[in-house]
Design a protein around this ligand. Structure first.
Ligand code: FAD
Length: 447
């Protein structure tokens, strides 16, 4: 049995704590913010998020799938809104395949409760202020709301430290000082701002609840996901500078004019637009890549601390949850040999997190631009048609990522092969009329 400290009680840290405590380890989970179950975290970061199969696999591993399903809203496809207010529904998969909109706060609370049930000690309002990798010690400072109070510091020396402390991880910062530690962070030129569509006056959903809504506008986009209280959380992904950009929307008049021109159907649904737009934070989006993720048998990074990605495939949390599930399996395999466990964990996850980081960046272009292009939609139809004809050999990329646990790196590779074939098919003259009658078997070399 190990004495384990997990830093960061976000989604990944809370899940990991349960998994490790279930194996009989003594687990301490340290979080700088107050207890979410008593005081909501208002840090302006995605109020809701999309959970798909990799996330559900993790929920099953700690036995909370049914509990989480109670506040999960299925989304069966994308609902595309054009500039004239016309709608087009694009299903995500076949039959009833769907992803789910989940409240970040309810999910995190569920995972914290589950961790506590298994004996995890949760310590809130304590921030890790320094880490000594050689000695395996963490300095923890109690956060006092009144700065005049003297800061209380303590030092912990667990057997093992997990850094699930997010994209700006303190654990990773300590590892960066080691030789041969590779690190990069890349911001995209878009930031994001969250806005709300409330229910209608008679208490109903203002737009279709069982879809992920997208207003694709070429270089930027707005999306909306449903919440259980019949509101929608909208996210505007928009350039920081240039034309148009956050920088240019400085006054109420500029904002309303821009929305009237660009999102005419949404404006009447957002009575609080002006107030929210000028009071809600604008946040940045980045990809973090680093390696190694572990130090001896003492320290490991997990979730966003190891691999923050942009949110356009809805996979950051799902990938972090999959880290935990894979680690859990590896622990069983190597029975307490933590050198081997941590080394096998990082070797297994690094190529997969790199792959989903790449796919997430690619998917931004698909969501904000391509979904409105008729040739792209035809390509999607052919992709789905091939899946119908060859269900075992041809699985569309979106399906592999969202509805299976095929490793992300394999999905990326297969996706590239599919792309090459689809590019050739799309070059066929008159493909618009011919696509249903093509002899795909000979195209794919399938007997
Ligand atoms: P975090 O959620 O960042 O948690 C880290 C925790 O560590 C925090 O609670 C923090 O307070 C604590 N902490 C940090 N430093 C310290 C310290 N020094 N001492 C103590 N505690 C500390 N993913 C999806 O799968 N689907 C989606 O639809 C989706 N949508 C997203 C939309 C947006 C706009 C964004 C920004 C992200 C989205 N993601 C989505 C990604 C997802 O939010 C992250 O991947 C996920 O939150 C990572 O969880 P984590 O626990 O690793 O890190």
């Amino acid at each position: 049995m190990k004495n384990i400290t997990i830093l960061g009680a976000g989604l990944v840290g809370s899940l990991l704590a349960s998994l490790l405590a279930r194996k009989g380890h003594q687990v301490q989970l340290i979080e700088k913010r107050p207890d979410l179950r008593i005081k909501n975290w208002e840090d302006g970061r995605s109020i809701n998020l999309a959970m798909s199969e990799r996330g559900w696999q993790a929920m099953r591993a700690v036995g909370v799938e049914e509990q989480v399903k109670e506040f999960a809203i299925p989304m069966y496809g994308r609902m595309i809104h054009d500039t004239k207010g016309n709608l087009a529904f694009q299903p995500y998969g076949k039959d009833n395949q769907c992803i789910y909109a989940i409240s970040r706060s309810l999910l995190n609370q569920t995972l914290m409760n589950e961790a506590e049930k298994h004996g995890v000690q949760l310590i809130f309002e304590h921030k890790c202020t320094s880490i000594d990798l050689q000695k395996n010690t963490l300095e923890i400072t109690r956060i006092t709301p009144n700065k005049a109070e003297s800061e209380e510091k303590s030092t912990l020396q667990p057997d093992l430290i997990f850094g699930s402390d997010g994209a700006f991880s303190a654990v990773r910062s300590a590892m960066m000082k080691r030789p041969l530690f590779d690190y990069s962070q890349d911001y995209i030129e878009h930031g994001y701002k969250e806005l709300t569509i409330p229910p209608t006056a008679d208490g109903n959903w203002a737009i279709e609840p069982n879809a992920l809504h997208i207003w694709p506008r070429g270089h930027f986009m707005l999306i909306a996901l449903p919440n259980p209280d019949k509101t929608f959380t909208c996210t505007l992904f928009f350039p920081w500078t240039g034309n148009p950009s956050f920088e240019q929307l400085q006054t109420k008049e500029q904002l309303l004019h821009f929305f009237e021109e660009t999102f005419p159907d949404i404006l009447p649904l957002m009575p609080d637009l002006v107030e929210e737009f000028f009071s809600n934070p604008t946040s940045a989006l980045l990809t973090v890549r680093c390696f190694p993720w572990t130090y001896k048998d003492k320290v490991a990074l997990i979730g966003d601390a190891a691999h923050a990605i942009v949110p356009f495939f809805g996979q950051g949390m799902n990938c972090g949850f999959e880290d935990c599930v894979v680690l859990d399996e590896i622990i069983d395999q190597y029975d307490n040999d933590w050198n081997t466990i941590l080394s096998a964990y990082e070797k297994s996850r690094k190529p997969n997190s790199d792959a989903i980081a790449e796919l997430a960046l690619q998917n931004f272009v698909e969501m904000r631009d391509k979904v409105a292009d008729p040739r792209f939609l035809l390509r999607k139809k052919i992709d789905a048609h091939l899946n119908q004809l060859f269900p075992d050999q041809w699985i569309p990329l979106y399906t592999m990522i969202s509805f299976t646990t095929i490793p992300y790196a394999d999905a990326l590779e297969v996706g590239k092969q599919h792309d090459a074939i689809l590019n050739k098919i799309m070059e066929i003259e008159g493909i618009e009329d011919k696509w249903q009658t093509i002899d795909y078997q000979s195209w794919l070399g399938t007997e």
